[in-house]
Design a protein around this ligand. Structure first.
Ligand code: ATP
Ligand code: DNN
Ligand code: MG
Length: 228
């Protein structure tokens, strides 16, 4: 049976793709046949008339995953707005059943799969009589979560709110990864300490700006994929 983890963030552009690529590569180095899946991607660039699934493309390049990036994304929209709005504008509604069946199919080919959300945990995929929030997807795919948070000022509020929302929705966050972490920055160091204290969730890694590797304890990494 394949296992996986859902990578969410405190919001959009916080480095989910950047960090997921490093995690996926780490897992490969650890001897796992690791894959990637992104249910919904909005804000895709168009090249020669075709939409490019940028996040999947990036993860494949960095991790060495040899797959057609298009096969790793269920819904791609050009409009760079929330998926609920992009899907409305482009008249391609998001169906939970398609996400579930694509995920089941894709994960069959891997030992372990990293799944990247869009935006943060409350990102809406559709708002109507069949409303889907990103948290519903996490639950439907039965995945535990890694939360990517910026190390910078403002992160205490957004990280704690995300953790509280996850708790309320019975979603288990296995660890927090701090992105763009400056090791000598007193504020970043304090944010790390206080967030771990307030939430009770471990900060499992800190990723430097422009990092091409992620320091993560082998024991933590193993625990992550063994426990799931
Ligand atoms: N540690 C880092 N060092 C340098 N650049 C970074 C780092 N993390 C993220 N970035 C850059 O910041 C931008 C946003 O990051 P990224 O695309 O990973 O965000 P995201 O959370 O995946 O966004 P989305 O919600 O659109 O999926 C990208 O240009 C990315 O290359
Ligand atoms: C276009 C962007 N880069 C992301 N793909 C989508 C972000 C959705 C955010 C929704 C919200 O929280 O307001
Ligand atoms: Mg991304």
């Amino acid at each position: 049976m394949s296992k996986g983890i859902f990578v969410t963030g405190t919001g959009t552009d916080v480095g989910k793709t950047f960090v997921t690529a490093l995690i996926t590569r780490k897992l490969w180095k650890h001897g796992l046949n690791a894959g990637y899946y992104k249910p919904v991607l909005s804000g895709a660039q168009r090249k020669n008339g075709k939409l490019i699934p940028g996040d999947a493309d990036y993860v494949c390049k960095i991790s060495g995953l040899e797959k057609d990036p298009n096969s790793l994304v269920s819904y791609i929209y050009e409009t760079a707005v929330s998926p609920h709005l992009a899907s409305k504008i482009e008249q391609k509604p998001i169906e939970m059943q398609k996400i579930i069946s694509d995920f089941e199919k894709i994960k069959e080919g891997f030992d372990y799969i990293t799944v990247e959300g869009s935006g943060g945990i409350v990102c809406p995929l559709r708002i109507d009589d069949q409303t889907i929030m990103l948290s519903d997807v996490i639950k439907a795919l039965s995945l535990d979560v890694i939360l990517v948070a910026p190390a910078a000022l403002g992160t205490i509020n957004s990280t704690v709110l995300t953790v509280e929302y996850a708790k309320q929705n019975e979603i288990s966050i296995k660890g927090i990864i701090f992105n763009c972490y400056e090791r000598d920055n007193f504020l970043h160091k304090d944010n790390k300490r206080q967030i771990a204290y307030i939430t009770g969730i471990p900060i499992i890694a800190c990723v430097d700006s422009n990092a091409n590797d992620m320091e993560i304890d082998a024991e933590i990494l193993e625990k992550l994929y063994r426990e799931i």
